[in-house]
Design a binder for this molecule. Sequence first.
Ligand code: S5P
Length: 261
Amino acid sequence: MTVSSLSYQDRADYCQAPIAKQLLQLMDEKKTNLALSADVTSAQQLIAYAEQLGPEICLLKTHIDIIEDFTAGLTQTLRRLAEKHHFLIFEDRKFADIGNTVKHQYEGGLYRIADWADLTNAHSLPGPGIIHGLYEVGRKKNRGLLLLAEMSSAGHLMDSAYIQKTLAMAEQFPDFVIGFITQHALSTHPHWIYLTPGVKRDAGGDSLLQQYVTPEKAIYEQGTDIIIVGRGILAAKDPLTEAKSYRQQGWDAYLKRRKAG
Ligand code: S5P
């Protein structure tokens, strides 16, 4: 049996981190592999999207530092909506410093990310110390970490050697690192979860070197698990209809992949 023929639920059995199991189970139960990249600048807009689109998604991805009127009440409301609509929260913080610094950035400051975000992510560039630092804060709170293996932007510096070293680093923390931000599946181990940003109905890009693939390309051809969609949904005339459509496309691609084995 190949990894691509396994269901998300089947793969949950291979995960050491409880939050990874929870995410994979939630995806099969809810029948969605869509993550919403809620890149908005007001608390009210963020809450409105989480309320409206929450039923369609497995993950709400935030950039909490672009919110202009942030208060701790916002993250409490997001947690309530995550319970209500059955999704996890992923703060796309992209930590990139030494272990001691990221510990403070994750635990404290204005945003107290570890208190409310089920998942966050980090660059592997500084070496394993960054993961040790985040682990000290996040592991006891049952949080999970994603490493950025491969970005969607044109001209990024993550070559195949960098990607392989990132994978090797992740393997040292199987109860905390749950997967990767990547354009392709990276291994035959069933416990890794692959999230792909830069997804839109039509391939192409933006004026700042973002590059898009379609949901089918990400999930079926490149073997990843979760599509992260931002402007493809948020810039649409009717975001709810568009979210339902991305959800369907992502799910169909997953079923097609499992069938193909
Ligand atoms: O390689 C990456 C990694 C990330 S997390 N490329 C990305 O675009 N992202 C994030 O995904 C980016 O920060 C943004 O929040 C989202 C893509 O947004 P969209 O509007 O282009 O779909």
